[in-house]
Write a protein of this length. Structure first.
Length: 339
């Protein structure tokens, strides 16, 4: 067990000792249960399997230089899961239950929390789904909430390295008034074909446009998009974007270093004006983007001309990591310390 190669962990599933579960039945949540099984036994007519009643979250715990373990923005993830549950008519998870389940899952698997300084962290994956049977199209009356964890390496094996992405118009991730703003599995299913094709064509990810007019930038696959120009941090606003907690945090840090934050429509043409662009999310914090190719017109937008991430992206990335790893004061109280 002391043989985990922390430096070479991928971003993927890693079996740990325990997970935490809770059933919602007869209109109430039961007791938190601790399980050492990786499997669930559910009804074959569960609504998660037939009608896509499923939502998830992703957050991380970090071991700091001082040895303390910090979980980043747990309450925001709880809120977002509540919103996703509302959006697809699943049982509401009280913030206290979410917190208790996450803390228990982290503590029970303490030995899998990577040491400080390896660039690795403990990824926490809460998942909520309709486990009760239904064949008519209706919400389930039984739900299962599970939290499992696993150590993950830095998203980019070579470190903070710029990637290429591809604008597509022949796929949409979410409809304008659909479920794009909820963290539900269905949006991911809808994005897989475009994502795999982008990989095959040599790109790290897809850049989706707004589904209605195909004029504005929506999201960079499973990450939010931002651009930097004229001392401004600019990120798209749209009903079909998943509100990234990393993006929310970067907006705050951007203001702290004197940037103006704009959340508004960002047209494809505006890509030509940005000094830096990036994708943001829990997995990588920031993926700097060096090249965006329009799959239809073949137009290219190039950044990071010296091969490195831009100065503003680098600064924001370092600021966020320093808070997560307890190297600077957590002045907004973003961390939950695991006692
Ligand atoms: C989870 C997710 C993100 C990133 O959100 P974070 O809270 O920053 O991890 C962005 N886009 C989509 C579609 C997501 O599912």
């Amino acid at each position: 067990m002391n043989t985990i190669d922390w430096k070479n962990l991928p971003f993927g599933y890693f079996k740990t000792d325990y997970n935490v579960r809770c059933f919602f039945r007869n209109n109430e949540w039961g007791q938190l249960e601790i399980s050492s099984s990786e499997y669930v036994n559910i009804h074959m007519a569960a609504t998660a399997l037939h009608y896509g009643q499923e939502a998830f979250e992703g957050l991380k715990a970090f071991r700091g230089k001082d040895g303390k373990v910090r979980i980043f923005r747990l309450e925001e993830n709880a809120k977002r899961m509540q919103n996703s549950a509302f959006g697809i008519m699943m049982a509401h998870i009280p913030t206290e239950l979410f917190r208790e389940a996450v803390l228990k899952a982290v503590k029970m698997n303490e030995r899998y929390i990577p040491p400080y300084g390896e660039g690795a962290s403990l990824y926490i994956r809460p998942v909520l789904f309709g486990s009760g049977p239904q064949v008519g199209v209706k919400p389930a009356s039984e739900y299962l909430f599970i939290v499992f964890v696993g150590p993950v390496g830095p998203y980019f094996k070579e470190g903070f390295n710029p990637v290429s992405i591809q604008i597509v118009r022949d796929f949409d991730r979410a409809a304008p008034l659909g479920t794009g703003c909820y963290k539900v599995g269905g949006n991911y299913a809808a994005s897989l074909r475009a994502g795999e094709r982008a990989h095959d064509e040599g790109f790290a990810s897809v850049l989706f446009l707004d589904a209605k007019e195909k004029k504005y930038i929506d999201e960079a696959g499973p990450a939010n998009f931002f651009g930097i120009k004229d001392n401004k941090y600019i990120t798209p606003s749209s009903n079909s974007i998943l509100p990234s907690i990393t993006n929310m945090s970067l907006r705050k840090l951007a203001e702290d270093i004197g940037l103006t934050v704009e959340q508004r429509h960002v047209s494809v043409e505006e890509l030509a004006d940005f000094e830096e662009v990036g994708a943001c999310g829990t997995a990588a914090v920031i993926s700097p983007i060096k090249r965006i190719q329009d799959r239809d017109t073949k137009e290219e937008y190039l950044y990071c001309k010296d091969g490195k991430a831009g100065p503003v992206s680098t600064k924001l990335y370092n600021m966020l990591r320093a808070i997560q790893e307890g190297e600077v004061e957590d002045k907004y109280n973003w961390n939950t310390i695991v006692e």
